[in-house]
Design a binder for this molecule. Structure first.
Ligand SMILES: Nc1ncnc2c1ncn2[C@@H]1O[C@H](COP(=O)(O)OP(=O)(O)OP(=O)(O)O)[C@@H](O)[C@H]1O
Length: 291
């Protein structure tokens, strides 16, 4: 018996010649908030949909809450929350009715009004989804994903189109779920979101996992600091692993104040972009090689 909420071994998903998922191995322990990052077309949604039991895999072993999602049972479905893209938009029910209706499928649902409040839709409780803005519809989709009080919830790009206040509200919701021991798997293009929420981040590129670490662990991969300043009217930049030594030198060389002097450390976004660029370069080189 493993304590993993999700185990993936040698997962492949091919569409003809395209390897959308190309040999993925990953374990996500119960209770973890896991963020899957990667550029457009990297294979995130495909992976998530396989884990949700909505897409067939080409090869590999997958276990989600102890079950192969391809053979999902009704009982398993009640334990797994899934955020479907804008399902709510097609519903003829009001936001509150949609949540109430969905909650009846679950043995131990969350409170409907509290959930509406948590996603910031109390004032729109009696609105039909078609009259909600894009961001509000998405908030309703998030509410629908968590209303069943799942052990594990999948959220595919949940905060796209959210205003800053809605994102912060969403972050609090995820923190609450995490505090209750819910496993959360989310895909996102927002590095700050992954940084804030995730216990671990997986970066996927060209269907392969290219990094798996805590946000701090990923950040610490970049050792160089960046020093920028203006000298002789020209902007200057230096990247160095020994910024103090460089600064001593610089200050010794330039008398008085150094114009525009800044020392910055690489952000999570810098590390992410470097990793993804490296993969793109390797892929491009492989394509140029004669087969
Ligand atoms: N049904 C399909 N038939 C053929 N190719 C597909 C199909 N679904 C996805 N793909 C391809 O598989 C690759 C991975 O797509 P996927 O949607 O998993 O990427 P993603 O990482 O979620 O991207 P995004 O960030 O844009 O949502 C892409 O090249 C995509 O074009």
């Amino acid at each position: 018996m493993t304590d993993a909420a999700i185990s993936i071994a040698g997962l492949h998903k091919h569409y003809g010649d395209l390897r959308a998922v190309d040999g993925l191995d990953l374990e996500i322990p119960r209770g973890e908030v896991f963020a899957l990052l990667g550029p457009n077309g990297a294979g995130k949604s495909t992976t998530v949909e396989i884990l949700e039991g909505f897409r067939k895999r080409t090869a590999g072993e997958v276990s989600v809450l102890g079950i192969d999602p391809h053979h999902a049972t009704k009982e398993w479905r009640t334990r797994v929350g899934v955020m479907l893209q804008s399902t709510s938009a097609r519903s003829s029910l009001t936001a509150r009715e949609a949540l109430l209706h969905t909650s009846r499928y679950y043995p131990n649902p969350r409170d409907v009004d509290a959930t509406l409040d948590e996603v910031g839709l109390t004032e729109k409780a009696n609105a039909k989804p078609q009259t909600l803005s894009g961001g509000q519809q998405r908030r309703l989709d998030v509410a629908l994903a968590v209303i069943g009080n799942p052990d594990l919830v999948f959220l595919d790009e949940p905060t796209t189109g959210f205003d800053p206040e809605a994102r912060r509200r969403f972050w609090r919701l995820i923190e609450g779920l995490s505090g209750d021991g819910t496993t959360v798997v989310l895909t996102t293009h927002y590095l700050d979101e992954a940084d804030h929420l995730a216990d671990r981040i997986g970066i996927i590129a060209s269907g392969r996992l290219v990094a798996l670490d805590t946000p701090d662990g990923l950040r610490s991969r970049a050792t160089d600091a960046r020093i920028t300043w203006t000298e002789g009217g020209e902007p200057r930049t230096e990247e160095t692993p020994t910024p103090a030594a460089f600064l001593r030198d610089l200050l010794g060389r330039i008398p008085g104040e150094v114009e525009g002097l800044r020392v910055t450390h690489p952000s999570l976004e810098d590390v992410y972009l470097r990793l993804v660029d490296d993969v793109a370069e390797v892929d491009a080189a492989a394509e140029e090689e004669p087969s």
